[in-house]
Design a protein around this ligand. Sequence first.
Ligand code: MF3
Ligand code: CO
Length: 249
Amino acid sequence: MIPIKTPQEIELMTNSGRLVAQCFGEIEKVIKPGIKTRDIDRLVSEFIGDHRAVAAFKGYNGYPASICVSINEQVVHGIPGEREIRESDLVSIDIGVLKDDYHGDAARSYLMPPEDVEKRKLVDITEKALREGISAARLDNHLSDISFAIQNFVESYGYSVVRDLVGHGIGRKMHEEPQIPNFGKPGNGPILKEGMTLAIEPMVNIGTWRVETLDDKWTVVTKDRKLSAHFENTIVITKDGPIILTIDK
Ligand code: MF3
Ligand code: CO
């Protein structure tokens, strides 16, 4: 069963989503070559705490940090630490918060100066792929219409979508039903209904879609060590179309 949220629950999720978006606003003030990934983790962790919320990833299945920072060939779940961000790095940051019993979850990829053309294209296509997926999250569409829209868009540029990791329903739990693959044929799966809250999150690779996990048991990297980017938003499905909750407005 996919949980349907009440208007009151949507209001709380709007607050959680806004806080996630504000975290990215804080990051954007400081992210540049030379900063340590741990410094970004600390900044976000403090910011979330200052807003009467908690970082949802911390302790999740034993995850040791507040956010995920994944660089270049790292796809997701990179653990912040002493590593310094360098010039031209592609930096993907994933943030989850729990506030007033409801979650918000989003990811953004940033490109450090001087910008590499290939990396810029990958980041832009991945962001647009998320938009395509969200556009398909309309009342009475099937769940897999989202998946198909993402895969179809990404592969038209010769890139690949990661298959081992998926988007998800979100609410009182960070991961609720349904799973939302970033690939698949259209017209399958449950029908989308008003009040469903979904975290849609394409992970896009320049080379193979295959990934593996490093010895730290968390960091997911591309099998061919080519570049990967990640964008995610939490949305709610309404009569008037999808509304992005992880936005600051
Ligand atoms: N944001 C991830 C997701 O969407 C969760 C990160 S895994 C964690 O599923 F362990 F770091 F929490
Ligand atoms: Co997520």
